[in-house]
Design a protein around this ligand. Structure first.
Ligand code: ATP
Length: 369
């Protein structure tokens, strides 16, 4: 029998580690408590295409919620509906106690940071940061005071007279963030804000953004397709797939208990191994899929037979690719443990680390007693 494994074939990218950032303190956004956001049955249909398909999500007040998913799954459309740039085809967005209805973006009390920064090239850094305040006719003294505080917070004091073209990518990103912070809006939406930066700067900036969000007590909704960004930054992850919520929860909940083979493969690097249960000698209904994280498998003197396919040295870790009954799986072990000689191995695993999935739907099966 052909027991195909449902995964959507998605393999996430590996990334580096973050760095600590400054410990400067700052008043919360305008001194107001940040509200939560509720999305109720939210949907968006473009001609001939459903981009968002009935999403129910609670964004906690003062929390960082990441909308995560592959390209085209509808996460930006969802964010743009919260911002008011896109009107929902159905459903409701509730900010605090108020339904946003068709309130225009400027009246939503929400700041947004875009992927391309959207800085004005002909304005200085200071003018870019204070642009929104001048539109709202904020007084000179207050503008100067808020600019000084935000520039200090974001480490931009020495760059205020420069034009965007005279800044590095990371500095431009910081100016875009500063513009959101100075608005003192308690809700901040971010659409892939780090995707134009190199891997090292991304790692630094995600720590900075997370620290800033916590320090200011902002309610933040952050869109990314990068599972490392989601895992390292989020209080809660909303994993999306084809316009719907695949799974939602704390990063460690989703990592330990993926609700589906899609979630199992999308979160984790390398992703969870999906192996026919029969190949592991597990008694289960025909074609049941077994899921094991690479770090939960061990090379052992006895157990299930496995053949070496290859190995990848990463300094601290060694990723060992094995063929287990015709399915490739990756085992992670400390590099210093080395590999035994030969190509024929056996593997074992921690029984409580084993997950089982329905072969037809790809959904997780209840844990076995
Ligand atoms: P990415 O990570 O690539 O930005 P995404 O998850 O943010 O992807 P969306 O930009 O929300 O995805 O798009 C969801 C789907 O809706 C896609 O199939 C896209 O082609 C479609 N779509 C988005 N905007 C429009 C539009 N204005 N008209 C028609 N279809 C659209």
């Amino acid at each position: 029998m052909n027991c195909a494994i449902v995964t959507d074939g998605y393999y996430p990218v590996r990334m580096g580690n973050g760095m600590a950032s400054s410990t400067m303190t700052f008043a919360t956004a305008g001194g107001r408590p940040a509200p939560g956001i509720r999305l109720r049955g939210l949907g968006k249909e473009f001609p001939g295409h459903i981009a968002v398909d009935g999403v129910d999500v609670e964004v906690g007040a003062g929390e960082l919620t990441v909308l995560l998913g592959p390209s085209g799954c509808g996460k930006s459309t969802l964010l743009r509906m919260i911002a008011g740039f896109e009107s929902p085809s159905r459903g409701e967005i509730v900010l605090g106690d108020h339904s946003l209805g068709d309130l225009p973006p400027a009246k939503r009390d929400i700041a947004m940071v875009f992927q391309n920064y959207a800085l004005f090239p002909h304005l200085t850094v200071a003018e870019n940061i204070t642009f929104g305040l001048s539109v709202r006719r904020t007084g000179r003294a207050e503008t100067a005071e808020r600019l000084a505080a935000v520039a200090r917070l974001m480490g931009l004091e020495t760059l205020l007279e420069r034009k965007p073209a005279q800044l590095s990518g990371g500095q431009q990103q910081r100016v875009a963030l500063a513009r959101a912070v100075i608005s003192e809006r308690p809700v901040c939406l971010m659409d892939e804000p780090l995707s134009n930066l190199d891997a090292k700067l991304r790692a630094e900036m995600r720590v900075e953004i997370r620290n800033l969000q916590k320090r200011l007590g902002l309610t933040m909704v952050y869109v990314t397709h990068d599972q490392v960004e989601a895992m390292t930054m989020a209080d809660r992850i909303v994993l999306m797939n084809a316009g719907r919520v695949e799974q939602e929860g704390r990063p460690e909940e989703i990592y330990a208990h993926p609700a589906s083979t899609f979630a199992a493969r999308f979160i984790g690097s390398p992703p969870m191994n999906l192996i026919p249960a029969a190949a592991l000698g597990i008694a289960a209904p025909e074609c049941t899929v077994a899921g094991l994280r690479p770090e939960d498998m061990t090379l052992a003197g006895a157990g299930v037979a496995a053949r070496l396919v290859g190995s990848e040295y990463l300094g601290a870790d060694l990723f060992v690719t094995l063929d287990i009954g015709g399915t490739e799986a990756v085992l992670r072990q400390p590099a210093r443990a080395g590999l035994p000689a030969g190509e024929a191995f056996h593997i074992t695993w921690a029984p409580d680390a084993l997950r089982l999935f329905d072969p037809g739907t790809g959904r997780a099966l209840p844990p076995r007693q």
